[in-house]
Write a protein that binds this ligand. Structure first.
Ligand SMILES: *[C@@H]1O[C@H](CO)[C@@H](O)[C@H](O)[C@H]1NC(C)=O
Ligand SMILES: *[C@@H]1O[C@H](CO)[C@@H](O)[C@H](O)[C@H]1NC(C)=O
Length: 262
């Protein structure tokens, strides 16, 4: 029997389904935002890190891949013009549509219902091919220029959702070196159990699942313990999605500065 909490999540998700009159595709059936019965598991309470099984549906993932096909460009760090060997992946932004709004509403509901959609940055997809990686970094900004009120303040939380993982993938995990690793057979499907205990936690790239974490401490300063890296993909392909929630609304000026093409 599954724990009651999980059942509550599943029911809540179903009752929370929203009808939308916008059609996401050319089909005549109106799109309905229905959240899948995802399963959260606590990895760490301080910093708060939660692993989420089945956060996206196969239909959502297919839609996102199709919509971004051919649009990936070399990833920037913080500003759209700055390229570096620190981050060798490619990324793309997607203008919102009903399916994206559905995922966004799920990400906001997950964090409690008090965060308005204006606090979200546009969703970013990032693709890693063999040899590509993202060195250790935090998603929150030390440079206040990127965390100004016009930008919505700093990044309060992050979701990294694995959207596509090719069957032959080797590598491509997400490593949090300062987080105490969970141990035991039950975790080995989603965590790399072969790594050194001192190496922290490494999430395997498992399609459909996501990792959520809080970036800021109580007082609003960045939490250095959530430093992490996208480990090199050795073989195959990985596509992930970043969902970043800011402390406040991302203003029009901030949106334009961060995402000039949207
Ligand atoms: C995730 O979804 C798959 C496919 O529907 C299912 O087999 C699996 O049990 C789910 N995992 C969890 C942890 O809910
Ligand atoms: C992406 O586009 C290429 C060429 O147009 C096509 O062969 C491929 O199937 C597309 N992939 C996806 C996931 O839509």
């Amino acid at each position: 029997m599954r724990p009651r909490l999980l059942v509550a999540f599943a029911l809540g998700a179903r009752h929370g389904a929203l009808a939308s009159s916008d059609s996401a595709t050319d089909s005549a059936t109106p799109f309905r935002c229905e959240h899948p019965p995802y399963t959260p598991q606590i990895i760490s309470t301080s910093p708060l890190i939660i692993y989420i099984h089945n956060f996206t549906t196969p239909e959502e993932r297919a839609h996102l891949r199709q919509k971004t096909n051919g649009t990936f460009r070399r990833s920037a760090i913080t500003t759209p013009t700055l390229h570096s060997s620190i981050r060798t992946s490619s990324s793309t932004y997607i203008p919102s549509d009903p399916i994206l709004s559905c995922i966004e509403s799920r990400a906001l509901a997950f964090q409690g219902h008090d965060i308005p959609p204006s606090h979200l940055e546009p969703l970013q997809l990032v693709r890693y091919l063999p040899g590509e990686h993202y060195s250790f970094h935090t998603d929150w900004f030390g440079n206040k220029a990127y965390a100004s009120p016009a930008m919505g303040g700093n990044r309060k939380s992050s979701f990294f959702a694995y959207l596509y993982v090719s069957g032959d993938v080797v590598g491509g995990g997400t490593n949090f070196p300062m987080v105490r690793a969970k141990r035991g057979e039950a975790w080995c499907g989603v965590l790399d159990c072969d790594g050194e205990y001192e190496g922290g936690v490494t999430f395997r790239a498992v399609e459909g699942n996501a990792v959520f974490w809080e970036n800021l401490r109580e007082g609003g300063e960045g939490d250095e313990r959530v430093i992490h890296a996208g480990l090199p993909v050795i073989r195959g392909e990985k596509i992930g999605m970043n969902i970043w929630t800011r402390e406040g609304p991302v203003g029009e000026a901030g949106r334009k500065a961060l995402y000039p093409d949207l």
